[in-house]
Design a protein around this ligand. Structure first.
Ligand SMILES: Cc1cc2nc3c(=O)[nH]c(=O)nc-3n(C[C@H](O)[C@H](O)[C@H](O)COP(=O)(O)OP(=O)(O)OC[C@H]3O[C@@H](n4cnc5c(N)ncnc54)[C@H](O)[C@@H]3O)c2cc1C
Length: 420
């Protein structure tokens, strides 16, 4: 088969790949975008996106899809344990959607200059004299100057190139999600309700309920070790489990009815040490899986895509330089490393808020409560003190082995000195 030459081949048409392909095509590059699955099937992934993520997509010209697909979330009631910390306005609003709807909607609205090839799987990469060839399952070879790997958690293309995935605390998160019929906020309706540490002393760290179209979506996150019994209970009777340990939740859930199957998923939290090879750059979930309990995966991927499209790709094409060292500057960019700290940090924070039984943990929860109370009193989440989410607890993870034997009931740090 004859090789086809293009400037860029983007492998993987999730949000990260779509953003890269769209942005590079708008700059006049010839771009092929491949995905092995089309349409993307529904699954348990990404239901909330913050305002930064929404505006990044709008900047790429995806405003009409966003307007059609997302549900704006303008208010949230925040509860920690049994304490209602307040109701905050979200200005600008967050948004909810089904990830598959978002991705399929964006694919349908791609710039006509993007050569999108649905159902096309990349199976190998082969170095060429002045580029890299992407070999597809049907035997085609696309030779390009830049390969952008946005293959999500599929690591088969990156590991043979020398990429190493390093587990990150809390190593894994168990997620359960379902739809329900019911009201949020009773006689003072809100768009979302979040419960931090709803069942102290258990693996359940965070439960969030929010409007998604005409239904209410529930997402429950358990970062860290979790026993098979907890997994089963959360899958079989999630509302009963939550209500049994939390009066606030029991009162809210009295009139709720689950209207879908309960989906569960275990996410391995990890960061990639990038491969050192010319002509290939990777981003999005291909390079890091953050803890979904902290949220922000979509915005993180879009931040990287924007950095690549606006700053690095134009530089590389202008200089005609695609060496491993040149490309390595992308991974080391301070904006990217700050995003790595921020988004992994949010997951660390949720974990520590739930599990840290030390004096520092009690202090952390106190700060959390007062930050939210103050912001609620002032009326807006935008007025949360900047430091609220920026205090990871590295000391805490030393107390957890990645594969702690799961037991029934509370998980607790081995050397906890004090219980709350
Ligand atoms: C349970 C869960 C809940 C989450 N909740 C949120 C949330 O509420 N908010 C948030 O912001 N983030 C959330 N995230 C994170 C967010 O979903 C991801 O960060 C984001 O989807 C990453 O996008 P991506 O484009 O990098 O990867 P993906 O969306 O995984 O896209 C990868 C694409 O590559 C394709 N592909 C893979 N291999 C090949 C190949 N060889 N050839 C061709 N195509 C290939 C796949 O078919 C897929 O379409 C959640 C994640 C999980 C797991």
């Amino acid at each position: 088969m004859v090789d086809q030459w293009v400037d860029v081949c983007v492998v993987g048409a999730g949000v990260a790949g779509i953003a890269c392909a769209q942005g590079l095509a708008q700059q006049g590059r010839s771009v092929v975008l491949l995905d092995r699955l089309h349409p993307l099937p529904a699954g348990l992934k990404a239901e909330k996106i913050d305002a930064d993520g929404v505006t990044a997509l709008v900047r790429l010209g995806f405003g009409p899809t966003i307007a059609r697909i997302v549900t704006p979330l303008r208010s949230v009631t925040v509860v920690r344990g049994e304490r209602v910390l307040g109701t905050l306005r979200l200005i600008p609003p967050e948004a909810s959607m089904h990830y598959a709807d978002l991705v399929n909607g964006l694919r349908a609205q791609l710039d006509a200059r993007v050569d999108f090839r649905p159902g096309c799987k990349a199976v190998a990469l082969a170095p060429q004299a002045d580029g890299m060839a992407v070999v597809t399952a049907d035997g085609a070879r696309l030779v390009c100057r830049l390969v952008v790997l946005t293959t999500g958690e599929a690591r088969h293309l990156l590991e043979p190139l020398g990429a190493r995935y390093l587990p990150e605390p809390p190593h894994q998160t168990f997620a359960a999600a379902f739809n329900l019929r019911g009201l949020l906020g009773g006689d003072r309706p809100v768009d979302s309700q979040t419960y931090h540490r709803p069942l102290p002393g258990t693996p359940v760290a965070y439960a969030t309920f929010f409007r998604l179209g005409s239904t209410v979506r529930a997402n429950i996150f358990c970062p860290g070790p979790i026993s098979a019994a907890w997994q089963r209970d959360l899958k079989d009777r999630p509302l009963a489990v939550l209500s049994a340990g939390n009066h606030r939740l029991a009162a809210a859930a009295r009139d709720w009815q689950i209207t879908s199957a309960v989906m569960t998923r275990k996410v391995q939290v990890a960061r990639m040490q990038p491969p050192v090879c010319p002509h290939i750059v990777a981003l999005g979930d291909a390079t890091h899986t953050i803890d979904p309990a902290g949220g922000g995966g979509l915005t993180f991927a879009l931040t990287e895509a924007e950095l690549l499209v606006q700053v690095y790709a134009p530089r590389w094409f202008h200089a005609g330089a695609f060496s491993a060292v040149t490309l390595g500057a992308f991974y080391a960019d301070p904006r990217r490393t700050a995003a790595v700290r921020r988004y992994f940090g949010a997951g660390h924070y949720i974990f520590a808020l739930n599990h840290d039984r030390s004096r520092r943990g009690a202090w952390r929860r106190l700060r959390f409560d007062w930050s939210y109370r103050l912001a609620a009193w002032r009326g807006s989440a935008a007025l949360l003190p900047a430091a609220t989410w920026q205090r990871p607890a590295p000391y805490l993870y030393e107390q957890y082995a990645p594969d702690s034997p799961p037991g029934r009931g509370p998980t607790r740090p081995h050397s906890a000195k004090r219980s709350m």
